[in-house]
Design a protein around this ligand. Structure first.
Ligand code: GTP
Ligand code: MG
Length: 257
């Protein structure tokens, strides 16, 4: 109830104080998007294009492998590593004909010497994509917020994903905060992380970010679920897959086979 009242009050404050133009629309928006699509050679006619972006080692490639049901050592899997690993933009498709119209682009991680976070959005032509999945780390970093703000200016769909949630649970187990990893423990930690996410978004004071969903998940649990295997724990994997399906299914009337 307390959280609801807070959200309601924030909403009323937002409506009362809403500036006339809170989203600055870039000049020549359409021209810039078309150029970015050409530069990346995106097939925007037949495909819905997702880009997985975020800091290096945030788990982008692992998540793409999980969605495709592939183990990280599969020959068709994206390369995964404990240091900066993905160096070039790489598209991935699905063998299932139901998803033949979906493409996922693995983008090199931001915040490294070669992929500067400040110019990342423009350098990687990110405005060309239909939907950006922004991988976050333990907390929302300023760079991740900047990527989101820039993409909203281009009217893109975006979602935050906090992967590696299994680590939070394992740490709690090691510290003795919980005696086992079960759904009750998962519920408790996800609720804590979600509350913190809402606080962080409110602190940023960018009302347009309030409508961006955030999914908490584990790439390993997601891969298990996709492969029909029982995961150690379930986080927001289903909600995330539903989100991606909903986004890609109804877009631009792309014909599905
Ligand atoms: N425990 C756990 N580890 C994960 C998860 N996702 C990724 N990792 C690990 O995190 C490290 C980085 O994962 P990557 O998928 O290579 O990260 P990335 O964002 O693609 O990194 P760059 O290509 O450098 O941008 C690897 O050691 C992964 O095994 C997860 O959900 N749980
Ligand atoms: Mg990678």
């Amino acid at each position: 109830m307390k959280q609801f009242s807070q959200s309601r009050n924030d909403f009323f404050d937002y409506v009362k104080n809403k500036p006339e133009n809170d989203i600055v629309v870039p000049e020549n928006l359409e021209e810039t998007i078309q150029k970015a699509k050409r530069d990346l050679k995106l097939d925007t006619r037949n495909c819905y294009n997702f880009a997985f972006i975020g800091h290096t080692c945030s788990g982008k490639s692992s998540l793409i492998n999980a969605i495709r049901g592939l183990k990280d050592d599969h020959p068709k899997a994206a390369k995964v590593g404990i240091t900066e690993t993905t160096h070039e933009i790489q598209p991935y498709t699905f063998e299932d004909p139901q998803y033949s119209h979906v493409k996922i682009y693995d983008i090199p991680g931001a915040g490294t010497l070669t992929h500067n976070a400040e110019s990342y959005y423009h350098d990687k032509c990110l405005c060309a994509f239909d939907c950006l999945i922004i991988l976050t780390q333990d907390t929302l970093a300023q760079d991740e917020i900047n990527f989101a703000i820039q993409s909203l200016r281009y009217n893109q769909s975006i979602a935050f994903v906090r992967s590696k949630c299994d680590i939070v649970l394992y740490n709690a187990l090691i510290k003795g905060e919980i005696s086992q990893i079960d759904q009750q423990a998962v519920k408790h930690y996800i609720s804590e992380m979600s509350d913190f996410y809402v606080e962080e978004i409110q602190r940023v004071d960018k009302p347009e970010l309030c409508r961006v969903p955030c999914f908490f998940l584990s790439a390993y649990s997601l891969r298990n679920l996709i492969r029909g295997e029982k995961p150690a724990a379930v986080y927001h994997e289903k909600n995330f897959i539903d989100y991606m399906q909903a986004k890609s299914k109804w877009s631009r009337n792309i014909q599905q086979h």
